[in-house]
Design a binder for this molecule. Sequence first.
Ligand code: ITT
Length: 200
Amino acid sequence: MKLVIATRNPNKLEEIRAIFQINSLEIIDLRSYPELAPTEEDGATFEENAIKKAREAALATGEWVLADDSGLAVEALHGEPGVFSARYAGEPSDYRANNAKLLDALAGQTTRAAVFHCVIALSSPDGTARTVQGICRGTITNTPSGTRGFGYDPLFVPEGNTRTFAQLDAEHKNAISHRAVALRLAISEWATLLDNTGSL
Ligand code: ITT
């Protein structure tokens, strides 16, 4: 059966494709549906936004859809940027500006704990959605380091590491990231459902 990955973020798409491997699935993405309008991400939580993205795309395409809503919650900023992670420094989304704003907001702060969150939503073609979640704990550096990955990766040192996500290779990030945790749970909870759906 087909599964549409509903993200317009090419880095996320690459990570999801690398981790979410179920042999029976033909994975396609939104490039197959250029007419589809972006979902307005106005939910108060990662879960609301993930469900909205998955459900809207499922109803529009008539296919099973997987969507990701994710972001960074910084302890000293009371959970900011949170659901506003993509547009923390305004729209359109600009990773460099977001990172600069985050470093400014944390200037002089010694408490630098942060948590990456990821909610993965799966919607059936009729819009029925279910979710799984993953987190990755870490700290925010004082200066950006590394060129790999995307978003806040140059600032985020995952727990148990001395280098940022942007300094680690893709295999290492994909073994420990919030997205990896959520997607591995998605495989364990939904593989049978997705394998059997062709005959439902
Ligand atoms: P889609 O909605 O099209 O999937 P998006 O980038 O707008 O793409 P979100 O609304 O979920 O996705 O925002 C996620 C933001 O959180 C993303 O733009 C980054 O700024 C940040 N983020 C999420 N996961 C990340 C990761 O693994 N590494 C670095 N930053 C990440």
